[in-house]
Design a binder for this molecule. Structure first.
Ligand code: FE
Ligand code: FE
Ligand code: ZN
Length: 278
């Protein structure tokens, strides 16, 4: 069965997201843990979480993906900003323990002139400060487009972070199709080779989720502008190969395309029609 969902607004809580996901044919979803620009989290509503958990169990949902605010920068040169990233992520992870087995995705950060080595060290330091051996959430580093000084454009950089984290059994990777294409990995013409490279450098066992986005820009553009599925430089044929690839087909796929909820419903239906059941 295709595990497919999209990014949903968290403003009405977990049960509302679950119902919306089911209505549009999804069996998982992604959401921001708080305002994408950071700031305070909503009050923790344990009744809502309990209702969501029974709804998800009844509907056979797959684990959901919580996305950290994208402005967090774990490798900022400013110690205050690094501390803010660390506290925010620690608080997100504490809250997510109420929904066991959740995935938590974050953008590694931007090193801003400090260089990737220092960036990688700060990111690993943060993870070493907050990852707890018994936690049930898997933390995912997202592959980045390489816009500005983003850390995580190359598989080598992600590997370097993972290697420096003590509790790295709690770490995985979320592969964003727009980002890797913008980052220079040719998933349109060389999908097998890219996945072999991922396996050699990071290990496919670390790959836990895929962000399915087409790209407004060509291979290697380092831009990070998402496009609707089939309307960008990646194209529908490549998405059909991606969702059916033996190394990917059992992973959860999350759409982050420029769409309203009805647009997501259409993309989910389209992707389901392209998925080859075994
Ligand atoms: Fe992201
Ligand atoms: Fe993404
Ligand atoms: Zn993006």
């Amino acid at each position: 069965m295709l595990k497919i969902g999209c990014h949903l607004s968290a403003s009405k809580g977990y049960l509302a997201m679950g119902k919306q996901a089911a209505r549009i044919g999804a069996n998982t979803f992604q959401f921001f843990t708080r305002n994408p620009r950071g700031g305070a989290a909503r009050a923790l509503d344990l009744d809502d979480i309990a209702s969501y958990r029974s709804y998800a169990a009844e509907h056979g949902f797959f684990p959901i993906l919580a996305h950290a605010p994208y402005t967090l920068n774990a490798c900022s040169a400013d110690e205050k900003l690094r501390e803010f990233a660390r506290n925010t992520m620690a608080d997100d992870l504490a809250r997510l323990e109420h929904i066991p087995g959740t995935l938590y995705n974050f953008h590694p950060g931007s090193h801003v002139k400090q260089g990737p080595e220092i960036g990688i060290r700060f990111i690993a330091e943060m993870l070493n400060a907050i990852l707890k051996p018994g936690q049930s959430t898997t933390v995912l580093l997202e592959t980045m487009a390489g816009k500005g000084s983003e850390v995580g454009r190359t598989f080598e950089e992600l590997r370097a972070v993972i290697d420096r984290v003590e509790q790295n059994q709690l770490l995985g990777v979320c592969l964003d199709t727009c980002h890797v294409s913008d980052g220079g990995y040719d998933i349109v013409n060389r999908l097998d080779a890219v996945l072999d490279e991922f396996d050699r450098i990071i290990g496919l066992d670390r790959l836990k989720a895929v962000h399915l986005n087409d790209s407004k820009n060509p291979l290697g553009s380092h831009k990070d502008r998402h496009e609707k599925i089939g309307q960008g430089s990646i194209g529908l044929d490549a998405f059909e190969r991606i969702i059916n690839h033996p190394a990917l087909r059992n992973l959860p796929f999350y759409l982050e395309t420029p769409n309203d909820v009805e647009g997501y419903a259409r993309e989910i239906a389209l992707l389901k029609s392209l998925f080859h059941e075994e």
